[in-house]
Design a protein around this ligand. Structure first.
Ligand code: AMP
Ligand code: GLY
Length: 420
């Protein structure tokens, strides 16, 4: 079959890599892709947030299956458009993608489904929001309602920070995403990510992972899109995962179906675990980046069969074949990220870390200039390794990272510390 993947990050490189392990894939196109993806698939420079354009491209290129990586095309309705044109697509409809696109929507669904999550309130005016903060005190969490590229959340440890966040949001710091603000109870505990596929009815768990959101070692520095991940996450024991399925995920999926907007695709549940009890932090309507890289490393070619079964409504027939393995990925980012940074520095040494069954370097923000791989983004490379233990995988990943010669890059030296 002919497959089109939408996106340009390490997540999409790992999806492309996994899809190509499966003999069902005859031709793979990735739009827009990156320098690493271009080494294994055809790339097409398309605007992935334009559903009409994507649909026309899919028809013209006889695409049988489209896999959507990031959230923006989902929120723009690309899956709806493709399905209307009779093209099989992996991902939720625009209505179902609201689970990520609107925090208020998710909170209402959780309340209707009786799913454990933080107490919350919604505000459209600063004065009322501030009264609520003063009444409840800190720590407290302030969130812009809409999509803010993962940046619209302020975990305020004191009241002044929370009040300042209200001013920022209503002053337009997050654009339209901040016109409505959600204020939440602060939840303590350890965070982990739980990934399931849902075909509108059946829910199939496909793995757990833990991300490292802060830029620097010891969980210091600003929040990022994620500086590294590993899978499985031991904090999400089988028992806690089952509780999360029974109390949070399945009731949410049932509520979505009951409302006439069944959820199809991967559901990424961010959970906070305290005293053995999981509570929902947030849902994302896509794979995490870099969590996807460790999941794909562990799933390999069967990932395509799972995504196809999900899109075709056949998940009940499938199960995941797990190896007893662990995977880890280190994010190499450009110095300065997540703030401003220089673009265009050359990355050397990639030849010293060839792809094997236990290691691969996924590309994120790279491009080819004058025949050399150069950095064009904040998060640039994902050094990914797999082993019988997390320790083995981690040591291998750090050995790989040391081979790469990139003056402008940095990476955390403590990925996996909680589990080790
Ligand atoms: P979100 O974009 O909703 O995932 O929030 C970003 C990060 O803020 C999460 O990964 C958590 O680390 C933190 N966070 C969000 N909501 C809460 C909460 N209610 N209590 C504690 N931490 C939170
Ligand atoms: N790594 C966090 C995310 O993809 O949202």
């Amino acid at each position: 079959m002919n497959i089109l993947i939408l996106g340009s990050g390490g997540r999409e490189h790992s999806l492309a890599w996994a899809v190509l392990q499966n003999p069902k894939c005859d031709r793979l196109i990735v739009a827009p892709g990156n320098a690493g993806i271009a080494q294994i698939a055809d790339c097409a420079g398309l605007d992935v947030n334009n559903p009409g354009l994507i649909c026309d491209f899919a028809v013209e290129n006889s695409i049988d299956f489209v896999i959507v990586g990031p959230e923006a095309p989902l929120a723009a309705g690309v899956v709806d458009r493709l399905r209307n044109a009779g093209i099989l697509a992996f991902g939720p409809t625009q209505a179902a993608a609201q689970l990520e696109a609107s925090k208020t929507f998710t909170k209402e669904i959780c309340d209707a489904a009786n799913a454990p999550t933080a107490a919350w309130a919604r505000f459209t005016h600063a004065a009322a929001a501030k009264d609520y903060i003063r009444a409840n005190g800190a720590p407290i969490v302030v969130k812009a309602d809409g999509l803010a590229a993962g940046k619209g959340v302020v975990v305020a440890m004191d009241e002044a920070t929370a009040l300042a966040a209200i001013d920022d949001m209503f002053d337009g710091a997050y654009g339209a995403a901040g016109a409505e603000v959600v204020i939440e109870e602060f939840m303590g505990g350890e965070e982990a990510s739980f990934f399931v596929l849902c075909d509108g009815e059946t829910v199939l768990p496909i793995g757990t992972a833990q991300d490292h959101k802060r830029a620097y070692d010891g969980d210091e520095g600003p929040n990022t899109g994620g500086m590294g991940a590993y899978s499985p996450a031991p904090v999400l024991t089988d028992e806690i995962a089952q509780t999360a399925l029974d109390q949070i995920i399945k009731p949410t999926m049932a509520e979505m179906a009951r409302r006439g907007t069944p959820y199809t695709g991967v559901l990424y549940a961010g959970l906070m675990i305290e005293d053995g009890q999981p509570r929902l932090v947030e849902y994302n309507a896509r794979f995490g980046d870099p969590e996807c890289q460790v999941l794909m490393m562990r799933l390999g070619g069967q990932a395509l069969d799972l995504l196809l079964a999900c899109a075709e409504g056949r998940l009940a027939e499938r199960q995941v074949n797990w190896a007893e393995d662990h995977a880890i990925t280190l994010v190499m980012a450009t110095k300065g990220y997540p703030g401003s940074y220089q673009k265009g520095s050359v990355i050397k040494g990639l030849d010293a870390v060839p792809e094997t069954s236990s290691q691969i370097v996924f590309h994120a923000g790279t491009t080819v200039q004058d025949g050399q791989i150069t950095a064009t983004g904040g998060r640039v490379l994902n050094i990914t390794a797999r082993g019988a233990t997390l320790l083995e995988a981690r040591d291998q990943a750090y050995a790989m990272a040391r081979q790469i010669n990139w003056q402008d890059g940095f990476y955390r030296k403590d990925i996996g510390w909680r589990a080790l």
